[in-house]
Design a protein around this ligand. Structure first.
Ligand code: NDP
Ligand code: GDR
Length: 329
């Protein structure tokens, strides 16, 4: 039985990856950090199948212990302070987790289990300001936020450990991917949750930032398959994972609101609070390398994904109203 250790398992991607690996017959170890109220929302349905290990990406000894206990064949480093907007008010914390945290986990692998295969969750945010489009593995990085800068560090330290210590360390440069398990602050989920609340009469307006930002949005369930495929190769490498399709935030709003027969223009209010100090205007990926070498393909379209997310939020908000967890106004 193969063994995998996942950091960030309670997050969106970690939960889909854990589910995928459990289906494939892996023993899955999940690193969880201590919180006063544990949050298992994303993994609720299969949390008893996960072997939980306490640890934190800022604490090297806990990571060495996690690697020793799990004896993992595959280590997926998905843990991060992953919200771009929060990285300006919390740049040091972001750097400690999202940048230096990668060195911590790589050190744990190097010291305790150098034969393990390692996956680093790199990001299209590393491309930042448009230098070339579509963006591929060879496109130079120009990050535009403390988060993006931290991910560039995490990416290069992964490459460096591969070249210095001959570790099997691969990076997936993933473009935005969403799902009903997406954190509520990220734009897709903020919109689908807002649509559900407006449709069910809980609120009238949705306050947004830059509607002209363009992203290449895919479905998280498809993207975690690429992570697994990267660690099934004979050699470690870096791969862009994307859909190759571009949409504006405005199109995202149109798609989500029209699914419940509403017009976004009647509800959306621009709030300068959500305009970022430095914006990434356009991210569009070219994933031909992953298609050729990994045989990876996207399955869920943008429209289908937004439909799934709106439906899931309608159900969730309706249930919360019925259970009186959300007051009916
Ligand atoms: P989420 O924000 O949903 O999940 C982040 C996870 O990291 C959570 O499980 C969180 O735990 C954990 N975490 C945070 N801080 C620490 C810490 N100090 N030690 C250990 N674990 C910690 O992110 P996603 O699932 O969306 O993304 C997964 C990874 O992929 C991240 O590294 C992200 O930066 C990267 N990425 C994501 C993309 C996307 O579009 N989703 C695109 C490209 C890259 P807790 O539940 O306790 O908060
Ligand atoms: P991003 O995702 O910053 O690309 O990072 P996010 O969904 O937060 O923003 C996407 C774009 O939408 C614009 N936007 C808004 N964003 C939010 N969150 N809230 C708003 O009200 C709003 N209005 C407009 C943003 O300005 C931005 O241009 C995500 C994260 O998952 C990272 O961890 C990951 O690395 C990258 O995707 C790829």
């Amino acid at each position: 039985m193969k063994k995998a250790l996942i950091t960030g398992v309670t997050g969106q991607d970690g939960s889909y990856l854990a589910e995928l690996l459990l289906q494939k017959g892996y023993k899955v170890y999940g690193l969880r950090r201590r919180t006063s109220t544990p949050n298992y929302e994303n993994v609720e349905a299969f949390k008893h199948e996960i072997e939980w290990i306490s640890g934190d990406l800022t604490d090297l000894s806990s990571l060495i212990e996690a690697i020793q206990v799990s004896k993992a064949d595959e280590v997926y480093n998905l843990g991060a302070q992953s919200f771009v907007e929060a990285s300006w008010p919390q740049p040091l914390l972001t750097g400690q987790i999202t940048a230096l945290g990668v060195t911590h986990i790589l050190e744990a692998v190097r010291i305790a289990r150098p034969q393990a295969k390692f996956y680093q969750a790199s990001s299209s945010e590393m491309f930042g300001k448009v230098v070339e489009t579509p963006q591929k593995e060879s496109t130079p990085f120009y990050p535009r936020s403390p988060y993006g800068v931290s991910k560039v560090y995490g990416h290069w330290i992964t490459v460096n450990y591969r070249e210095s210590f001959d570790l099997f360390a691969s990076s997936g440069i993933l473009f935005n991917h969403e799902s009903p398990r997406r954190g509520i602050e990220f734009v897709s989920r903020k919109v689908t949750d807002g649509v559900a609340r407006i449709k069910l009469g809980l609120q009238k307006e949705l306050r947004m930032g830059n509607l002209d930002a363009k992203r290449d949005w895919g479905f998280a369930g498809d993207f975690v398959k690429a992570m697994w495929l990267m660690l099934q190769q004979d050699t470690a490498d870096d791969y862009v994972i994307a859909t190759g399709e571009l949409h504006t935030v405005r199109e995202l709003l149109e798609t989500a609101f029209s699914h419940v027969d509403l017009n976004y223009e009647d509800h959306v209010v621009i709030d300068p609070k959500f305009i970022r100090p430095a914006e990434v205007d356009l991210l569009l990926g070219d994933c031909s390398k992953a298609q050729e070498k990994l045989g990876w393909r996207q399955e869920v379209s943008f429209q289908e994904m937004i439909r799934i997310m709106v439906e899931a939020d309608l159900q969730r908000v309706e249930w919360a109203m019925k259970s009186r967890l959300i007051p009916v106004v």
